[in-house]
Design a protein around this ligand. Structure first.
Ligand code: GLU
Length: 269
């Protein structure tokens, strides 16, 4: 799909990173409210919206008054168990205000390995979407410890969101992040860093641009976003990585505006 065709995207996944939802003060409620408004508007226009949300471990850590992101897997499991339910409560409340129901789906890696599990996820997602309910997806961090381990699994919600895009044949994945997109060098260190408008192949040069990790309460960084892009390139979906500071940026993306970095397969340009 070209940028100018994004207005036709029907099935849209919005992925929010921990830093997009949380600030030092806690959950950014203004942003959740804005997001709920955007999603409700899109649904009214006939689109289907799925959210992939991080933040369980971050919200849980704050609730438990932890000063830092938990370092042991066991503490991450505990924090996610506490945080996931709080997070969903907030999503449910804000979306309901705009007349939209949400449904929680927690995924583990095995869904893609077992045809029956995969089909179960597809049926659940299709049914929620047909009924105009917004599925809110996260990894099942409390039990899927390989996922927290970052060894054999989705690894992070960036990759997870791309796998979900593949599973449900989404038209567009928007990753809302604390950066504006992919830069040719680190914008925090280089004031002349340039935002890359479009990418259709993950070359060594692109990999170099994405070195480094996310910040304290996140697991990602640009490297995991490129993993997501690699998955997207195997599908008919497109991907936009952009800033999550105001979720209404999604309206502009759907107008085809040059926002963030647009990942599309070669030839789709
Ligand atoms: N699933 C983790 C959480 O909800 C986050 C994983 C990620 O940051 O990508 O806290």
């Amino acid at each position: 799909m070209k940028r100018s065709d994004l207005k036709n995207a029907k099935r849209i996944i919005i992925k929010l990173g921990t830093n997009t939802i949380l600030s030092d003060e806690g959950i950014n409620f203004t942003k959740l409210d804005r997001l709920a408004y955007v999603c409700a508007s899109l649904i009214q226009e006939g689109k289907e919206v799925v959210i992939v949300s991080s933040g369980a471990i971050g919200v849980g850590s704050m609730e438990l008054n932890e000063a830092n992101y938990p370092t042991t897997i066991a503490d991450q499991q505990a924090a996610s168990a506490v945080g996931q339910t709080l997070l969903m409560g907030h999503y449910s409340r804000f979306f309901k205000y705009y007349g939209v129901n949400v449904g929680q789906i927690l995924l583990t890696r095995d869904v893609v390995d077992y045809p029956q599990s995969l089909q179960n996820v597809q049926v659940a997602m299709d049914t929620l979407l047909r009924r105009k309910i917004v599925p809110i997806i996260n990894e099942n961090d409390a039990v899927a410890v390989e996922e927290l381990n970052h060894q054999t699994k989705f690894g992070d919600n960036d990759t997870l969101s791309a796998i979900v895009a593949k599973i449900i044949e989404a038209d567009l994945l928007v990753i809302l992040s604390d950066v504006d997109g992919l830069y040719d060098s680190n914008p925090q260190q280089n004031p002349n860093a340039q935002l890359i408008d479009q990418v259709s192949e993950i070359t060594d040069e692109i990999q170099q641009m994405a070195m480094g990790k996310g910040s304290e309460f996140s697991t990602g960084g640009m490297a995991t976003k490129l993993n997501a892009a690699e998955v997207i390139f195997t599908t008919d979906s497109s991907l936009v990585i952009t800033s999550g500071s105001d979720p209404s940026i999604i309206f502009d993306i759907l107008k085809g505006e040059s926002i963030g970095t647009f990942f599309h397969r070669k030839g789709d340009k």
